[in-house]
Ligand binder design. Structure first.
Ligand code: KG4
Ligand code: ZN
Length: 339
């Protein structure tokens, strides 16, 4: 069979990224231009600045991605782009650029959901084994998803309030750490001990999560102790927070593994870069004897390689978008099922 080359574009938040992906799994060329240092000055992503920087950088990222590969635009079979969810202005830059390339080079357009992209980061250099259980943990998502085949998503549970990455970022801020908070909390926790007693998030038997209570508890604790002139042991608090969050994620993964017969367990999204989560999820996979897939660190956070991997099943099914495709800030992958 002829090899399929997809040019993939990702611009949903503060990374301008492009990749050329062969047959949905081999990365021929990959570029990520992050705006992180600019947004760090403001303590978080500023949407207007993000979209302006995507506009300034996208042509350069495109040229660089082509230059690094042996592929010419004539060899590309289709152009895939993240259209939702994310920051509207940022998404629009990618979507309009993709449409323009399709028009100029006469290529089909493939619309990819960003969250699905994170899941398919596990399909890079690896064949997904169905049925599988996916734990999606990012700045906007905390979902437990059952997949029986490609593009078949049953959401077993989700967060009832804050996403886990959002919670990491807020805790980082109150601890005075720079944006992006998650990796910095993770680093701080390495030298800490789990000595702060923290409330357990939703201690029930559902597959849902809740992290806002834990987040508020930590914010109040830091403010109260600071007002009293007491010192916060930042490493210990980071460690106690990390242990509490990961315990809860793991507890729900275990519950899902007990009630669903799966061959593979995968984790996806920015928080899947977390060291403690990566260690603990290995233990669970061993205990339940399921194959574990964890994306390489560079494919955990936002990137276009995962968008190319997620676009491949759509290409095979000839599910192409037309030029009415619009960006959307929200976009669930499916309707939630009751459990
Ligand atoms: O998937 P992602 O890059 O963007 C979204 O689609 O949301 O995830 C970003 C989130 C941020 O909240 C960031 O703080 C968190 O992932 N994150 C981490 C780590 N690396 C990134 N959280 C905990 N530990 C990490 N090592
Ligand atoms: Zn993401």
């Amino acid at each position: 069979m002829k090899d399929v080359y997809l040019l993939a574009i990702e611009s949903s938040c503060d990374e301008t990224s492009m990749a050329i992906v062969k047959n949905g799994r081999t990365i021929e060329s990959f570029t990520v231009l992050t705006q992180m240092d600019t947004h760090a000055n403001f303590g978080g992503v500023v949407p207007e600045i993000a979209s302006r920087m995507h506009t300034e950088n996208i042509t350069m990222v495109f040229e660089e991605t082509l230059k690094k590969s042996n592929i010419k635009m004539e060899d590309v079979d289709a152009i895939a782009v993240t259209y939702a969810p994310g920051l509207l202005g940022s998404l629009l830059v990618g979507v309009e650029f993709a449409k323009t390339l399709c028009l100029v080079y006469k290529k089909p357009l493939i619309a990819v959901n960003h969250t699905i992209g994170h899941i398919y980061a596990n399909a890079i250099e690896h064949t997904l084994e169905f049925p599988l259980l996916a734990l999606v943990v990012s700045g906007g998502h905390t979902d437990l998803i059952l997949m029986k085949k490609d593009y078949d998503f049953e959401i077993l549970g989700s967060t009832l309030d804050d996403a886990v990455g959002e919670c990491y970022d807020k805790v980082a801020r109150v601890l005075g750490l720079k944006y992006p908070g998650g990796p910095n909390v993770d680093k701080l926790a390495m030298d800490g001990n789990d000595t702060y007693p923290l409330p357990k998030p939703v201690n029930d038997q559902s597959y849902n999560f809740s992290f806002s209570g834990l987040k508020s508890y930590i914010i109040n604790l830091v403010h109260n102790e600071t007002q009293r002139g007491n010192e916060i042991r930042k490493n210990d608090l980071a460690k106690s927070f990390q242990v509490t969050v990961v315990d809860e994620l793991i507890r729900k993964v275990e519950l899902a593994l007990q009630h669903n017969d799966v061959k593979e367990l995968i984790i996806a999204g920015g928080v899947s870069a977390n060291r403690h989560l990566r260690e603990e999820i290995k233990k669970v996979a061993d205990k339940y004897q399921v194959h574990l897939s964890i994306p390489k660190i560079e494919y955990c956070t936002d990137n276009a390689a995962m968008i190319g991997a997620a676009a491949y099943p759509l290409y095979k099914q000839k599910k192409f978008a037309d030029f009415t495709l619009n960006a959307s800030s929200s976009g669930s992958i499916v309707q939630k099922k009751d459990n």
